[in-house]
Design a protein around this ligand. Structure first.
Ligand SMILES: C[S@@+](CC[C@H](N)C(=O)[O-])C[C@H]1O[C@@H](n2cnc3c(N)ncnc32)[C@H](O)[C@@H]1O
Length: 458
């Protein structure tokens, strides 16, 4: 997945709130119709002719709303069981209701939210007729919300209680009987912004000092394998990062930073990065070692982002838009010493950064994605030299895309030897209310990733 990464929480500002409510409602509507935020955001921005500031505000507000959409839907259904039409009115009300929920970040006074939701209707010809309805509904809920915590009792649906689809919650309960509640709680929190310092350009210590001097404190994760990582105390726009354009640093989650070290690449080796875009791991490999990388992706547009990233960081690889599952169409027959397969997956491990994912995925997607991963593994294994290593990665927490996939691969390929790798890494985020002294974090922030390393028998 690409990264709108760590968007700072929305903040009250000069532009009237009703504009942001309408902008966010368009995004929420698009996601509920099956579009990703990454697609919907530029389209809505172009249609609505938003200014640059409004785009950021709409995105940040939509993140908050999507993290509370299950509860907001339940509240709206309780307040108006017959359903609200048209969809834009429904989505303005859902957005405003989230801002009134007791456990959503308190961003605006309740009376402001109510007035501005009504104003959003007044200013939109297609919603003008619903001004009185919106006013009555919002006031009713604001009064209830003040008195109690609505839609949070034993009669709640799973979706209302956990703000994830029921099938997702049940899948986590089955896979992680002792940990599923924590995983769902982590998905509700704003993740930290983690950086990867390009140590070809600057040392991590020097970059940490440069950040500190600009008022951006950071910590180093307590894991020697994450030797290029820094975790910012507060998310910032990438343009504010010192030396970003000059290639000193990239934004990359800590769990994603294990890949390059695990692959154990040596200078001059031939490396295939089979699903490379947008290029985070390709760049990391090259920052660590002068190797000969072929970066493949079947999406030519996304592949251009690999090229841009490599150029910014001053690195080089061959890039090719091709389907990794059909090597006969592009492979020159020379074996690779290393293969990185960062396979397409549910992205359930990074859903905390992309709160639209939980509402876009369907239960049936998981076996379909697992079948794609199996096909990619089997197609690429013959391309590896004897003694070579293949690293299989997904940013998923579902076992079908992780441990089950790895075990089935070993059973199908007697010449594959399992080598030490982290296996399933689960999302975690340090509690901001816990105080740590000094520059080292206790438990570092990370997304959910799965890693399996296979060595080919010589
Ligand atoms: C998880 S992302 C890769 C992220 C990337 N490795 C990074 O670290 O920035 C998966 C990528 O696989 C690509 N992809 C999916 N199916 C593919 C296939 N059959 N052949 C090549 N690329 C594929 C997608 O276009 C997507 O860019």
């Amino acid at each position: 997945m690409t990264s709108p990464a760590s968007s700072p929480a929305p903040k009250p500002q000069q532009r009237p709130l009703w504009r942001d409510l309408l902008a966010c409602a368009q995004l929420i509507g698009a996601v509920q119709s099956g579009a990703s935020l990454a697609t919907a955001l530029p389209q809505a921005a172009a249609r609505g002719q938003w200014d640059a500031g409004q785009r950021g505000a709409a995105q940040a507000l939509s993140f908050t709303v999507l993290r509370h959409l299950g509860t907001a839907r339940a509240v709206l259904a309780e307040l108006h069981p017959r359903g609200v039409h048209p969809p834009l009115l429904r989505d303005v009300l859902l957005t405003a209701l989230v801002l009134l929920l007791p456990d959503a970040p308190l961003l605006y006074a309740a009376h402001t939210v109510v007035n501005q939701a009504v104003e959003a209707c007044k200013r939109t010809p297609a919603l003008r007729h619903a001004e009185g309805f919106a006013n009555a509904l919002m006031r009713r809920f604001a009064a209830q919300a003040k008195a109690a915590s609505p839609a949070r009792d034993a009669s709640d649906t799973i979706e209302a209680r956990w703000n994830h689809p029921a099938w997702w919650v049940q899948a986590l309960q089955t896979a992680y009987p002792g940990d599923w509640e924590r995983l769902l709680a982590v998905a509700q929190r704003q993740p930290s912004m983690t950086l990867r310092v390009n140590t070809r350009r600057i040392t991590r210590d020097a970059y940490q000092t440069a950040l500190q001097e600009r008022g951006m404190p950071s910590t180093t994760p307590d894991d020697a394998a994450l030797d290029q990582a820094l975790v910012l105390s507060h998310a910032v726009a990438v343009e504010r990062l010192p030396g970003f354009d000059a290639g000193w640093v990239s934004v990359q989650d800590a769990a994603a930073q294990y890949a390059a070290g695990l692959l154990d690449v040596h200078p001059g080796q031939r490396v295939l990065d089979a699903c490379a875009a947008p290029g985070g791991k390709t760049a990391h490999l090259l920052e660590r070692c002068d190797c000969d990388v072929l970066a493949l992706d079947k999406d030519a547009q996304r592949l251009r982002r690999v090229e841009d990233t490599l150029q910014r960081l001053g690195l080089q690889a061959r890039t090719l838009a091709a389907d990794a599952s059909t090597p006969s169409a592009w492979w020159d027959g020379q074996g690779f010493d290393r293969i990185l397969l960062d396979a397409p997956c549910s992205a359930s491990g990074i859903a905390r950064r992309h709160p639209d994912i939980r509402w876009l995925r369907r239960a049936a997607d998981i076996p379909a994605l697992a079948a794609t991963q199996t096909a990619l593994l089997d197609a690429l294994w013959p391309l590896l030299q004897p003694g070579g290593k293949l690293l299989y990665v997904t940013c998923s927490v579902f076992p079908q895309e992780g441990v089950d996939q790895a075990q089935a691969f070993l059973a199908r390929h007697p010449d594959a030897i399992a080598s030490p790798a982290p296996g399933q890494l689960l999302p975690q985020e340090p509690d901001p209310t816990e105080q740590h002294s000094g520059p080292r974090a206790a438990a570092h922030s990370q997304d959910g990733f799965f890693y399996a390393l296979f060595t080919k028998a010589s």
